[in-house]
Design a binder for this molecule. Structure first.
Ligand code: NAD
Ligand code: DAU
Length: 339
């Protein structure tokens, strides 16, 4: 079995590469990644010498490079994590989101059609469903919830999802889609809420909470997401969408307070800043389908997962310090100065 994993130098993709190499020692895992600002080759250092692993630096929008890789590897499956993934960056400049997330997906699927494939899996997000009101805790996203997006990021992911389903119906491409809630864990890029707050707190910097901090996200430990995708590509039905989430809804402010507590930092570091434009209020996944059909359930509870995550950031300072000491500083200035 040969699997092309795109975006494998990013947060979830790298965790998936590790999961697959550990779980299926006889599989060949080929990582295709453009190494954008969010991709980090040092993350993959532990597997670079593994004879079952190959890294290829390429853009999923580059038809020639993608076709060449398919000719060389003759993959059985493609799991597409490659994407521009940060909502705030999409608000600043949507174009690259449309290119990578929509055209890149089409380029990969065209190669799948041309060379044949057993499964094309699209890693999508709960953000394609838009948001839920805070005063209706009884509502959850199911696979039948209409697509209703808020940001250029979520719109680009929704566009890709529609294209994936269209390639299935029109060309019979054997596809599947997972729509997951917010992930956290090792190798999470420090522009996102949890790693940003951990890094800032450790450096005694202000902790910028958008708006009133009452927005709710449904947090899932990254390994549980990887296990869900593993199940879907092996046992999930072709042409289907599976929601992935662990009923772990938390307000942003409560997450930030918890991080302060775990690190022994004062809550006085918390500062409320201008809200994100179009800020989604609440995400909440109903994972009944993946549970009933594939037996998936999250294994790591938030209390344990956040401790493991904080410990990882304490023990791997060089990984995130390298990032925040580089080009990231310009991004941080742009995003948070005068906010
Ligand atoms: P990330 O930003 O950490 O990593 C993205 C990776 O894709 C990077 O390695 C980057 O170099 C690579 N990449 C970007 N553009 C590329 C291109 N044109 N060609 C090849 N490689 C390219 O993202 P993440 O948080 O790991 O998210 C991975 C996927 O999971 C995304 O599709 C995202 O939409 C989805 N997702 C993320 C979450 C989450 O909480 N992080 C939740 C649900 C779904
Ligand atoms: O729900 C899945 C999605 O989760 C994925 O599709 C996205 O790729 C991923 O980035 C994530 O999107 P969010 O926008 O929910 O994640 P982010 O970490 O950017 O923000 C989480 C919440 O925290 C959100 O309500 C905004 C808020 N926030 C974020 C940052 C970076 C702050 O209050 N302050 C911050 O500095």
């Amino acid at each position: 079995m040969t699997i092309i994993v795109t975006g494998g130098a990013g947060f979830i993709g790298s965790n998936f590469v590790f999961h697959m190499l550990n779980t299926y020692p006889d599989y060949r895992i080929v990582c295709l990644d453009k190494l954008t600002y969010a991709g980090n080759l040092s993350t993959l250092a532990p597997v670079m010498d593994n004879p079952k692993f190959r890294f290829v630096k390429a853009d999923i929008c580059d038809r020639e490079a993608v076709n060449t890789l398919f000719e060389e590897e003759k993959p059985d499956m493609v799991v597409n994590f490659a994407a521009e993934s940060h909502v705030d960056r999409s608000i600043e400049d949507p174009e690259i989101f449309l290119k990578t997330n929509i055209l890149g997906t089409a380029t990969l699927m065209d190669a799948c059609r041309k060379y044949g494939i057993k499964r094309y899996h699209q890693v999508s997000t709960d953000e394609v469903y838009g948001d839920l009101p805070l005063d209706r805790p009884d509502l959850f996203f199911t696979e039948d919830t209409p697509i209703h997006t808020s940001s250029p990021y979520s719109s680009s992911k929704a566009g890709a999802d529609l294209l994936v389903l269209a390639y299935h119906r029109t060309y019979g491409l054997p596809v599947s889609i997972s729509r997951c809630s917010n992930n956290y864990g090792p190798y999470h890029f420090p522009e996102k809420l949890i790693p940003l707050m951990i890094a800032n707190a450790l450096n005694n910097k202000l902790l910028p909470v958008y708006g009133e901090g009452i927005n709710v996200r449904d947090w899932l430990y990254v390994e549980d997401h990887c296990k869900a995708i593993d199940l879907i590509i092996h046992k999930g039905r072709v042409g289907e969408v599976y929601n992935v989430g662990g009923h772990n809804e938390m307000k942003n402010i409560d997450i930030v307070r918890l991080i302060c507590k775990e690190l022994g930092k004062s809550e006085e570091l918390i500062t409320f800043v201008k809200d994100r434009k179009g800020h989604d209020m609440r995400y909440a996944i109903d994972p009944t389908k993946i549970h009933n059909e594939l037996g998936w359930l999250p294994e790591t509870c938030f209390a344990d997962g956040i401790k493991k995550t904080i410990t990882w950031y304490l023990e791997n300072r060089a990984w995130w310090e390298n990032i925040i000491n580089g080009e990231y500083q310009n991004y941080y200035e742009r995003m948070y100065k005068d906010r």
